[in-house]
Design a protein around this ligand. Structure first.
Ligand SMILES: Cc1cc2nc3c(=O)[nH]c(=O)nc-3n(C[C@H](O)[C@H](O)[C@H](O)COP(=O)(O)OP(=O)(O)OC[C@H]3O[C@@H](n4cnc5c(N)ncnc54)[C@H](O)[C@@H]3O)c2cc1C
Length: 242
């Protein structure tokens, strides 16, 4: 058993995950957090009967067998305080974007419906819209439980790489002003396209759903599991300092 002591600053998802795996590997771990709650950006709060979620609207790995699913399970993220499993909701609509001239575009989870919606505003961009949908299919299978061959994997990787370009640059491919606006405002224009497509592409495969209970519940589940990891090593002095 290691006698090394690791101090982690910040009980966000990264800090909590690191603490959990380090504790299991035999390290003494102390997590220092300036806030009174764990989770960092992964947080939510209640207003009456509603949960206002600041963070997770789509979480990669919610589907059994998909990438990251086992990781979340190992961290205890999907096990509630009462032992129940966190229910996952997969939405038909990923998001709806209101645009400056009063139009609104819905990003449907179903790719056929999404293609139709984009063509409604950008028929002149038929080829580009089709290429966008095809790239979502490739990205989606990359993180789903579907298997592919080596050529498929290379193609998925190249698609991933292409989606690293800034939204602003990508939006210029479209002639339609409305699609240009959509692709430069759905998320900040200096962010990469992947910030949009990573979640969107997994919707048809139901691999990135919404964890019922909200982001703070998810973080608390990990924090609770971390404590039990720490406590299960009797020779470890584990401290959680908020
Ligand atoms: C609006 C929004 C929506 C998002 N939606 C999604 C989504 O749908 N799906 C998804 O997967 N991701 C989403 N994310 C991203 C996700 O929230 C972050 O990637 C993730 O939570 C970052 O975790 P972290 O641990 O790296 O950092 P943080 O959450 O920032 O954690 C850092 C922690 O360190 C603490 N800290 C900092 N400095 C100190 C110090 N000096 N001493 C002590 N403590 C300190 C902070 O208080 C905080 O608790 C979203 C983010 C935002 C902002």
């Amino acid at each position: 058993m290691s006698t090394d002591h690791v101090v982690i600053i910040g009980a966000g998802i990264a800090g909590l995950s690191a603490a959990s795996f380090l504790a299991r590997s035999g390290y003494t771990v102390t997590v220092l957090e300036s806030h009174a709650l764990p989770g960092g950006l992964c947080t939510s709060w209640k207003r009456g009967q509603y949960t206002i979620d600041y963070c997770v609207h789509w979480l990669m790995g919610t589907k059994e067998g998909s990438e990251f699913n086992q990781l979340w399970k190992d961290l205890g993220a999907f096990t509630n305080d009462d032992g129940s499993t966190v229910p996952i909701v997969n939405f038909d609509q990923f998001s709806t974007m209101g645009l400056s001239k009063g139009d609104s575009i819905t990003l449907y989870s179903d790719l056929e419906a999404l293609e139709k919606e984009l063509l409604r505003y950008g028929d002149e961009d038929r080829k580009e819209v089709h290429a966008f949908i095809a790239s979502l299919k490739k990205l989606g299978t990359r993180f789903s439980d579907e298997k592919t061959n080596i050529l498929g994997s290379i193609s998925q990787f190249l698609t991933l790489f292409k989606h690293l370009q800034p939204m602003k640059e990508y939006s210029k491919r479209f002639k339609s002003q409305i699609l240009q606006e959509l692709f430069s405002t759905e998320i900040p224009e200096d962010w990469s396209l992947i910030a949009l497509t990573l979640g969107l592409s997994q919707q048809p495969y139901q691999c990135a759903g919404y964890p019922v209970g909200g982001s703070l519940n998810l973080a608390k589940n990990i924090e609770r599991e971390k404590q039990s990891d720490l406590e299960s090593h009797s020779d470890i002095t584990a401290r959680w300092i908020a």
